[in-house]
Design a protein around this ligand. Sequence first.
Ligand code: CU
Length: 329
Amino acid sequence: MDDNVVGRVVSRRRLLAAGAAGLATPVAVAAANRASAATGATRRITLYAEALPGGRFGYGLAPGEATVPGPVLEMWEGDTLEITLVNRTDQRLSIHPHGVDYSTDSDGSPLNASFNAPGETRTYVWRSHEMIATEGRRFLPGSAGYWHYHDHAMGTDHGTAGLAKGLYGALVVRRRGDMLPEKQFTVVFNDMMINNRMAPDTPMFEANLGQRVEWIAIGHGGTFHTFHLHAHRWADNRTGMLEGPADPSQIIDNKDLNPGSSFGFQVLAGQGVGPGAWMYHCHVQFHSDGGMAGLFLVRNADGSMPPGAEEAIHRFHGHAQHHDEGVQG
Ligand SMILES: [Cu+2]
């Protein structure tokens, strides 16, 4: 794959140079870029959709390993992901991606007869592309981004039951040169739940001081949310990182997370603030009070517990739950 990468970077540079010099029409550039993208790697994976305890459903990379959320799926811009989805349930379901390129038969929607009948196995193909240079130093965006995938067929033609029960996950498309994290956390605000759990049963994410941690935040369900992370902040752009001292991106620590939307960012755990039990939560107050909160435990650099963290975790486990009617796993 590394040879491919080098070849593709070189050919893209050549394209960009040709475009800037006005030596190629946009059509020729686009066609050449498609040829370049065609050299991208194709990766094949098998996903298993399964019923889980508590009425939930999940995707997993092996039989018996389904989780909520499903596994983080990753691609490099220009690559193709072929997903063979094995439906081990008695329900109609599918997998539908955001942000990448696909044909109608990989749409994952009943509208296009693109779904797995109960017990059926079906392959979905997700493609991606690099940025395309056109004339006048204009660029058509590539596929890179913090995206997500989800069921689009269980319960209704929009997969409303599948989404409610946990059939969702993160999809990360990286640009060549993007920094890779040491840890990844997927946080899905889904109705009044986080990853289909309510506090204090929401996930506690852990990292050691200074570790590079990638957060992927996804919204689902029927209400609006705002994602807030204590003591950490990020740039409101594609990667969450500033690209230089003049990068105009706003620095934020709270962001809208509405149904169907997603974003991601990387932080160095505890940078500038130190280790400790930090909270992440929905900042819609009746949502946080209702159980949409969790912990980001930043341990000392050597992995030991920082002072006060055990007590904070204990306090969190006494978190008041004002809304008990939500779905619990
Ligand atoms: Cu909320």
